[in-house]
Design a protein around this ligand. Sequence first.
Ligand SMILES: Nc1nc2c(c(=O)[nH]1)N[C@H]1C(S)=C(S)[C@@H](COP(=O)(O)OP(=O)(O)OC[C@H]3O[C@@H](n4cnc5c(=O)[nH]c(N)nc54)[C@H](O)[C@@H]3O)O[C@H]1N2
Ligand SMILES: Nc1nc2c(c(=O)[nH]1)N[C@H]1C(S)=C(S)[C@@H](COP(=O)(O)OP(=O)(O)OC[C@H]3O[C@@H](n4cnc5c(=O)[nH]c(N)nc54)[C@H](O)[C@@H]3O)O[C@H]1N2
Ligand SMILES: [Mo]
Length: 558
Amino acid sequence: MDDVANEAKAFFIIGSNTTEQHPVFGTMLRRAVRYRSAKLVVADPRKIDITEIATLHLRHRPGTDISLLNGLMYIILEKGWQDQSFIDERTENFDEFKATVMQYPPDKVSETTNIPVEQLYEAAEIIASSKPTAVLWAMGITQHIVGVRNVMDLANLQMLLGNMGKPGGGVNPLRGQNNVQGACDMGGLPNVYTAYQPVTSEEAREKFAKAWGLRTKDELGRMKDEEFSLSPSSFILSDKVGLTVTEMIPGILDGKIKSLYIIGEDPVMSDPDTNHIRKCLSSVDFLVLQEIFPSETAAYADVLLPGSSFAEKTGTFTNTERRVQIVRQAIEPLGDSKPDWWILSQLAKKLLARISDRVRKDAPHAGWEYSNTSEIMSEINALTPSYGGITHARLEAGERLQWPCPTADHPGTPILHTKQFTRGKGKFMPIDHVPPAERPDDEYPMVMSTGRVLYHWHGGQMTRRAEGIMQVYGEALVELNPDDAEKLGVNGRNILRITSRRGSIEAQAWVTDRVPPGMVYANFHFPEASANELTHASLDPVSKIPSYKVTAVRVELV
Ligand SMILES: Nc1nc2c(c(=O)[nH]1)N[C@H]1C(S)=C(S)[C@@H](COP(=O)(O)OP(=O)(O)OC[C@H]3O[C@@H](n4cnc5c(=O)[nH]c(N)nc54)[C@H](O)[C@@H]3O)O[C@H]1N2
Ligand SMILES: Nc1nc2c(c(=O)[nH]1)N[C@H]1C(S)=C(S)[C@@H](COP(=O)(O)OP(=O)(O)OC[C@H]3O[C@@H](n4cnc5c(=O)[nH]c(N)nc54)[C@H](O)[C@@H]3O)O[C@H]1N2
Ligand SMILES: [Mo]
């Protein structure tokens, strides 16, 4: 964040409402634009706050980012603005990629995106002539059926310009939850152990099995049949890739999932197509919810486990720049609540007790015997190469450590890919535009985009309990363009009914040119008018993220 804010000559913000959703970093960027005249190009269908200080605002149609990016790269190639030596030395597959980009001349792109041709040229020139330009993106890029392709195309752009592995450059995802990076690093994904060690790797499985005192496959092979009564799979670690959240919950109705253990998520508010989610959660055999508040999902739980909040426990969060930060306990846990790690380890011990005769108690990390999170961190250090040298002691001493930090004397790595990419050469990917899964038609003629507002946090369990916040933003508002307001006869803050193929909500209109004609913007902070009653569960085929950003709707005045 420091090098981007201090050294980038230009920022290209695409699909990130930076000042409302990442206000601290947003302020750093504002300062850079104001005080050191960094240039700013924003590509966002909405006139978000940061566009006030933008050099140029590209207001494209939702879901047309690939067309836009390919169009910009077409112009860069046409003008010869690419960094040919970076392309030659650090990348491969350029010709195939170029052939695809050449299918996106400015007038065609203008038609798809609704951006005037002159603006395409202006944007390409700012981005290409500022060395380096930092690309910043968030959910406006990922929450589409082409989320992964969008991200790859941004990487194409930055390789084309030689802006990778340099201070002030890069493709910078602004990660959302305070510890979403940490959760992924710790294997909170269906296909990997910590630091992305694949569950399908025999080597990785052996390593974890040894550390946790489980049998390895080799040992099992040598065992006689009578030596184990349970099935072999209960001794060794599974090599099966699991399901994502967006597959698990619908999986209940297909009989794939019998029980759910949900920790710190409120799917009734945050998953797409709420009616369908309610139906799934009503059908699951057994549901445990570990929460700090009785959320909307609590109504479906068989067991509620009271977790304690960030203020009541010590541990680490890993932020958007891969920096591990220590968070210290400020108050004693309230009521009967316990830290999440403590609850998990108690449960795990009970399960382990059932196979205790098969677990080697002398293994270095057997038994879930932790007395604090510093001990958990030691296990992470031992089993996770990129976190090898990140200890509580170093963080307590004030070191600012970003992974990879493999050893106790390693200073951490603020910038990745400086000499080569993880796979060696950077591979240009030919990426074509694919229209959104749901598009406006006669019955549902408008596009609804969804997201957040500054004042609230997702399902609102935490922020709707804060009186001061509720005084400022106490109910869901739906952004509606003045032209559409006039057509509907909306005068000020009338109540709108918004209907999609899945459901309907009623909410106050906020008549504003933040949204273009034909588009409304709704949030999912209030259960009585949550945008997710309307969204659909079309997923990106690779990442399985829902396409929250484009839903076809009908808008009426109540
Ligand atoms: N106050 C507050 N801050 C938060 C959160 C919160 O709930 N409240 N949540 C956190 C989390 S987990 C996350 S993931 C981040 C999310 O941070 P952001 O991704 O910045 O937030 P969103 O509101 O999802 O919207 C992103 C932007 O994408 C734009 N957009 C919509 N469709 C398109 C499109 O097709 N193309 C492009 N280029 N842009 C599009 C929207 O107009 C919006 O400005 O915020 C984090 N910060
Ligand atoms: N329509 C639409 N839907 C979206 C999005 C969108 O842009 N549009 N964005 C998506 C994105 S990016 C995200 S990240 C999700 C977020 O969706 P969720 O993760 O479901 O929402 P949160 O409100 O962040 O957190 C869920 C719960 O965690 C609890 N909690 C807080 N701290 C702790 C703790 O320390 N321990 C435990 N056990 N519980 C705790 C809170 O009380 C809260 O109820 O929403 C997604 N849904
Ligand atoms: Mo998020």
